[in-house]
Structures are given as C-alpha cells and as structure tokens.
Design a protein. Sequence first.
Length: 213
Amino acid sequence: MSKIILVMGESGSGKTTAMRNLDPDSTYYFDCDKKGLSWRGWREQYNKEKNNYRRMSDATKIASGIVLISKDYPNVKTIIIDTLNGIMLDDEFSRMKEKNYDKWQDLAYSVRFLIATAMQLRDDLTVIFTGHTQTERDDSGFAFTRMKTSGKKLDKVVLESMFTTVLLSKCVDGKYLFETQSRNSTAKSPMGAIEEFEVENDITKIINLLEEF
C-alpha cells in the first residue's frame, strides 16, 4: 500500500518549491497547472527526454498513468500531482456549457477515484498531491482553513479525510514552513510521526519521517 500526502496552501506559499530536493531520477511529476515548476534549473531535472514530467490535468488519464508507473517503472519512488485544483478547474471549464448536475457528480467521482487509486500502488511509492486552500470566517471572527474544491459534491467528500498526512504550507516572516497539525485548519499527521508543529518546507524530510514511522 502506497503512502499519500496532501500539501495544501495559498498560491505562493511554497507548495511546488517544497519538491525541489526530490531526486528527479526517482520522481515523476504531473504538472496539472501546466505552468512549469518554481526553482532554477527545473527544466534540466524534469522533461520529456527524462520521461519524468507531463503537463496533464485529466484525472482519469493521470490515474491510469500512476498505475502504469507503479507496475512498469520500479525506479520511480515519488509521484507528484500538482495541483488537484488544476484538475478540478480544467474539468469544470471543459463542461461549463452543461447545465445538468451530472457534471458535478462526475467531477467528484473522478477526483476521489484518482486519490483512491494512488492509495493502492506499490508499497515503496509515495504520491504527493498539492492543492489550494480557502479560509472561512464565521460571524465571531473564527477562521478555519481547508482545501479549496469545485462544487458542493466535493465539499461533502472532504478530500482531506482520504489522507493521513495533510501539510499546510505557509510563509512566516519570510520563512517557508509546513504546519503539521491542526490549528484552525485541516492539517494533520500520524501521531508520533512528526513531533514539531512547524517544520521546514522540504518534502524529502517529511517522506523520511513517515518512512521511519
């Protein structure tokens, strides 16, 4: 059973940059936003020639792709799907002229199916999803941050509930961090796996901690 991690945060909070220290020779990157990565030299690390990078936002095709990687590419240890919102928005826009409710059911099913598929891959694989957040405030001013989704159907699914590790990326006084436990958010990690509430924004260190756990 593979490990899955959700890294969520506002735009510019360091979600993509957190992947900078992964080994490109053992990583496959699905760029669902199709905008490229966010550190110097990434094009030499991830490209068509290395067969470790694709710009794709179709959830069904990505699900098929990660199953193929799991079966036929034993050198790949980490798969990145960046971002879930890119998948949701492209699906929504491609069907914007449809007025029926079926398109929202289809979207919810395809996103949930993708995450469920990622859970069932090789034991030595880690699949990392990224996503944008939204912060809601009630009348008393209490703020709560969660994964941003498209449509009420996906709100009911509560995507974070499918993950045991949800990291909230943020920038505090110019320092990029992961929040590892809930503090007015859906961030969480397995009890005893990550002792610190805030850790350096480096996904390789998170993977190592979870492997030790």
